[in-house]
Ligand binder design. Structure first.
Ligand code: ZN
Length: 126
């Protein structure tokens, strides 16, 4: 991969990471604000609990993405970024632009999904 292209993806990943981290900080603050508060009104309490659960779920998804972005940045550093982890072919730039944290080329990804569907169907039949 061209040096300029690698730099492009490094910047893209870094700005995504920054965005997620500042977003994450806001989520933590609002979770702390609500945590431990109890409401006399059970409806209100249920609403707040539900709201918190949703926030935790978002948080969980965010931290997974943050981990993936960090891994992608590490791959940029060790020069394996943009190489499919399965077939070791280069992943297309278009695919990387759409999903810079990806570790598989489209062919391997689709094959993996097909395999998942087959095993899922098998599990359902049993
Ligand atoms: Zn591949």
């Amino acid at each position: 991969m061209e040096k300029e292209v690698v730099e492009y993806f490094r910047n893209l990943l870094l700005s995504q990471l920054e965005e997620l981290l500042s977003e994450g900080k806001r989520t933590i603050v609002s979770i702390q604000e609500h945590e431990g508060t109890s409401f006399a009104d059970p409806v209100e309490q249920a609403f707040v609990d539900q709201h918190l659960n949703m926030k935790f779920r978002i948080k969980d998804r965010e931290s997974k993405l943050i981990k993936k972005i960090r891994e992608a940045l590490a791959r940029i550093d060790d020069g394996t970024f943009g190489i499919c982890e399965i077939c070791e072919d280069e992943i297309s730039t278009a695919r990387l632009k759409a999903r810079p944290v990806t570790t598989q080329c489209i062919e391997c990804k689709q094959r993996g999904e097909q395999w998942e569907r087959i095993t899922e169907q098998k599990a359902q039949m049993q």
